[in-house]
Design a protein around this ligand. Structure first.
Ligand code: PEP
Ligand code: MN
Length: 375
């Protein structure tokens, strides 16, 4: 996939002022003026956050839940900003939200996960942003679709917004796990690989849905070199009107931040560099060998495919596959590889083998299709 994004570095639009890591925090929803302003003061007093977030318009999965306090909340945010000096951030989902937020002097806008999943909504937001110089953060869509995420960033970028960041908030899945939204780190890593300049901010609150897991996910995000964290906080989480289970008090937030280990992506110390270089060389050699061995395996798979074709034998033989799986998973475990890992790896090899053999079996049909697609 190619992209078409032109992005300014994060430090051109958010003043981190030496605070490590970059943290944006505040309530899931602005509920009352007192709740918002008091939370903002406590957050500012920690000296650890760079911007105040608050949901003013809430996209709720079911109707009848609290849908946000609406425009009046923008006035409260203005007061919180005036009293604490913290820049403010809100979610926008319509052109009207954009206009009202900008008129109220909100500093940073973000597009929520449900909106990112809908190109019409994103385009409406993008059109409202044309000619405006405001930073915009785009949450991943609710479904794990990298193109949809990149597409939303491109729409906003095409409207002239270059102060852009992505927010990784995880993906909904039907199967329930310990997390509210599956992080699927691979998708965020794929975005980072595709657009290395794009800052990615992790949202451990919406990933975990549970305050006790926030520290763990935050650390993982930093270890994966994400640029910052957006964490929901509330003066009294137990009575929060939305997302009560995942919000933390400003004091708990401060504690989480204090316990995060910051690791540097590049090490300057030459001794460490040499050691790292040597270990990476070893990895490179092993990777080359792995690829070579996999290629050899595929050549044998091809031979088997031809043999099966000549003798009219089915491609898949479940017993044989089961045997491979059992034996190798056991062997892997003896060598300290997790069963899940070995199984996934073998499944990948197996599905490629099946694909190859299917190609061989359907040689003539395949050639005819080739001709058609190249015609
Ligand atoms: C939020 O930030 O409160 C929110 C609604 O998040 P998301 O769009 O990630 O669900
Ligand atoms: Mn929330």
């Amino acid at each position: 996939m190619k992209h078409n994004l032109n992005i300014q570095p994060l430090n051109t639009w958010i003043n981190q002022a030496g605070k490590q890591p970059l943290v944006i925090s505040g309530p899931c929803s602005a509920e009352t003026e007192e709740q918002l302003v008091a939370t903002a003061h406590l957050l500012a007093q920690t000296g650890k956050i760079s911007a105040l977030r608050a949901g003013i318009w809430k996209p709720r999965t079911r109707p009848g839940e609290f849908e946000g306090i609406g425009s009046i909340g923008l006035e409260w945010l203005k007061r919180a900003k005036a009293e604490t000096g913290l820049p403010t951030a809100v979610e926008v989902a319509t052109a009207k939200h954009v206009e009202e937020a900008l008129a109220a002097g909100v500093d940073i806008l973000w597009v929520g996960a449900r909106s990112t999943a809908n190109p019409f909504t994103v385009q409406e937001i993008a059109d409202a942003l044309r000619g405006v110089d405001v930073p915009v953060m785009v949450k991943n869509p609710v479904n794990p679709d990298l193109s949809l995420w990149v597409g939303a960033l491109e729409r906003i970028n095409n409207a002239g917004i270059t102060k852009l960041a992505a927010i990784h908030r995880g993906f909904s899945s039907y199967e329930k796990s310990a997390f509210r939204n599956e992080p699927m780190w691979d998708v965020a890593i794929a975005l980072k690989t595709l657009v290395p300049d794009l800052p990615i901010i992790n949202d451990p609150s919406h990933i975990t849905g549970a305050r006790d897991l926030i520290a763990y996910v935050s650390q993982k995000a930093l270890d994966l070199d994400m640029q910052g964290l957006m964490i929901e906080s509330h003066i009294d989480p137990s009575v929060a009107w939305t997302d009560a289970k995942q919000q933390v008090t400003p004091a708990a937030l401060s504690d989480i931040i204090d316990h995060l280990a910051l690791r540097k992506p590049e090490v300057r110390n030459t001794e460490v560099n040499d050691k790292l270089h040597e270990l990476r060389n070893q990895i490179d050699k092993i990777d080359d060998l792995l690829i070579q061995k996999i290629a050899e395996r595929m050549q044998i798979v091809e031979k088997i495919g031809n043999y099966k074709k000549d003798n009219n034998i089915t491609i898949l033989q479940v017993n044989r596959w089961d045997e491979i799986l059992q034996k190798r998973v056991g062997y892997g475990k003896a060598l300290k590889l997790s069963g899940e890992f070995t199984e996934k790896l073998l499944e990948l090899l197996h599905s490629e083998s099946i694909r190859k053999q299917t190609e061989i079996m359907n040689d003539e049909a395949g050639q005819a299709k080739e001709k058609l697609t190249h015609a």
